[in-house]
Design a protein around this ligand. Sequence first.
Ligand SMILES: NC(=O)c1ccc[n+]([C@@H]2O[C@H](COP(=O)([O-])OP(=O)(O)OC[C@H]3O[C@@H](n4cnc5c(N)ncnc54)[C@H](O)[C@@H]3O)[C@@H](O)[C@H]2O)c1
Length: 473
Amino acid sequence: MEAGMDERAKTVVADIAVVGCGHVGLVVASCFATLGHRVTAIDVDAARVASIRSGVSPIYEPGLDALLRQALDSGRLEVVEGTPDALRAEFVFLAVGTPPSTGGASDLRAVRDAVTALAPVLRPDAVIVNKSTVPIGTGDLVAQMAKHFGAPGLAVVSNPEFLQEGTAIDNFMRPDRVVLGSSDARARERVAALFEPLGAPMVLTDLRTAEMIKYASNAFLATKVSFVNEMSSICEVVGADIAEVARGMGFDERIGRQYLRAGIGWGGSCFPKDVAALEHTASTFGAHPQLLRHVIEINREQRRRVLGKVREALGTLEGRRILVLGAAFKPHTDDIRESPALEVADLMQLAGAEVLVHDPHVRQEAVSAAFPSLALADDLLTAAAGADALVLATEWPEFVDLPLDDLAAVMRRRLIVDGRNVLDPATVRGAGFAYRCIGRPALEGDPPSTAPNWRDAEVDTDTLGVGTPVGRR
Ligand SMILES: NC(=O)c1ccc[n+]([C@@H]2O[C@H](COP(=O)([O-])OP(=O)(O)OC[C@H]3O[C@@H](n4cnc5c(N)ncnc54)[C@H](O)[C@@H]3O)[C@@H](O)[C@H]2O)c1
């Protein structure tokens, strides 16, 4: 048996450190402890550490509070603020933030700070496993830094994280794949042994390829969403229904069903910064990432399209009262980083509308930090009272199942703009609302479309290959 296979055949109970207790780090630390490892979770944020020590997750993630308490009660998870004097961990997982900085580049300060602080206190045989999403070449930089700051023999493995907020625990425990990149095959195998019990396919490769796999994956998913959004604007002008188009496409296994829902576009802590960072890295290295630039621009345009729909339906945004449903960038998380919902709310406010936002899990403090003038309302019906329009921006389950009759009774005008295409048009219209969504034709009685209306257009039957336009519902 080759040395690497030997490493993996061992059932390991390891000493693991996880640096950064955010959406990724806290899930990773709690899951590793649940798998039986001894875990030290480290963060520089004192309030965050205190909350985690008391068994309360500082972030909303379904199932995480229970998993965290179980890990703490088992005695296998300890939580440390700042840099410990010594670290017994064999594996040090970096899960610190890598936010965007100007020009799209990733801000690597947290990675640098963590490596600088920890290198002197690590065991000589420790492996640094990088889970943070970092520009290609960062793993090499981490190795150089570790050498410089007193840990010359340290191995570095890239292990990009693919979990999604809202389903993070399941994503960690049942990953589609585990990617491990390193020039040190033995270190890579030692890390592979940790993931062996999860039974997922493993991609063992070099550092830069692993780093690139993460960016390419997110860029592809963002491209898929921007693609379907571009199709949705074509659907609006030709009189087709994007929901049906996507359904018809999704049966094709080569295409797949996921990430084919038209809407106000992608956001969150990953796609915007990762696509921008890849575009930036590519440009820095002299490549021409033309597709990525268009993917980003189409996404921006989606926000403006929603705004245009509300404006046209109401005649103006000036002085109109709008309730935006959703602040989180997607349901089942309280993360508002690059949230399309808040960007649309902000744009409408800038255009003179009086905007209120309602979200089941996001707190006012978080919103105020990013958008000081946006107000959150606790109660849906109170917030909807006197509203001229309701814009569904995050598809929380409670928004998919709205109390339409109650809303109709309290709103000033009955208009719903469904930015996520999740409501049933017939039900909404049946409750007396005008209904607008993305990429589906309007009905008689609905406010006019922002796009040129295909029904009024001269139909070039030669080009279409059909006699009369179809698709009106
Ligand atoms: N959030 C996601 O869904 C997701 C998914 C896959 C990958 N990622 C990537 O994982 C990384 C972490 O993302 P996140 O969403 O968990 O970030 P986050 O901002 O939620 O958490 C980062 C944590 O790191 C801590 N930190 C910062 N500097 C530190 C230091 N020097 N030492 C110790 N702790 C420090 C912060 O206090 C914070 O608690 C990012 O690179 C991100 O791109 C995120």
